[in-house]
Design a protein around this ligand. Structure first.
Ligand code: ADP
Length: 192
């Protein structure tokens, strides 16, 4: 199975590009943010505990997130593979994913990272808030917190896969189509 990590800060365009990637490479989209939001909507115990973190711009604890992710992967044994969107977001999550895949004699194919400067991200998130209905997008303080958490807790994941030679940086500025083209150029040789 293919295990592709789509990486990038909040507002970089991961959800948008994931929709393209799953079509092109016949993969399943696995977004931890979407799974949490579905659980919040359905008022499950997982949703109730995740909500308090998400509303403050903090990460949901690793133990909860890692178990949820593994369950989700195991629920889909027959497909071509997955695009991970929003996971791994900490070094511990990356190590847990690597160990989990190693246990299946599989590994991360690549980590593609959408690169977008901070000022542009803030603008995009506030703009997205108008249509997403996401309260974590509407509050500048929560946005700042998320960007801070990204720098301190999530950037080490980039270094982790870079050291393993799996990191591919993609310029995330430009039209959706332009970014899609860059992803295709980088990934076709590996996945197509
Ligand atoms: P964005 O990329 O715009 O921040 P996401 O939908 O990926 O949005 O995530 C929304 C929120 O869900 C995050 O701010 C965080 O609180 C929580 N979350 C998502 N994925 C993870 C993860 N892998 N580990 C911990 N918390 C997560």
């Amino acid at each position: 199975m293919i295990h592709l990590i789509l990486f990038g800060p909040p507002g970089a365009g991961k959800g948008t590009q994931a929709a393209f990637l799953i079509q092109r490479y016949d993969l399943k989209h696995l977004s931890t943010g979407d799974i949490f939001r579905a659980n919040i909507k359905n008022e499950t115990p997982l949703g109730l505990s995740a909500k308090s973190y998400i509303d403050r711009g903090q990460l949901v604890p690793d133990s909860v997130t890692i178990d949820m992710l593994k369950d989700e992967v195991e629920r889909h044994p027959y497909g071509h593979g997955f695009v991970y969107d929003g996971f791994p977001r900490t070094k511990a999550q990356a190590e847990a994913l690597d160990a989990f895949l190693a246990g299946r004699e599989e590994r991360v194919a690549a980590m593609v990272a959408l690169e977008v400067p901070q000022e542009e991200l803030k603008y995009r998130l506030l703009d997205r808030a108008k249509s997403s209905g996401r309260s974590d997008d509407a509050d500048p303080e929560v946005i700042n917190k998320r960007l801070e958490v990204y720098s301190s807790e999530t950037l080490p994941v980039l270094q982790h896969y870079n050291a393993m030679g799996r990191y591919i940086g993609i310029n995330g500025i430009g039209s959706i189509h332009e970014v899609t083209e860059r992803l295709t150029t980088a990934l076709d040789p590996i996945l197509a």
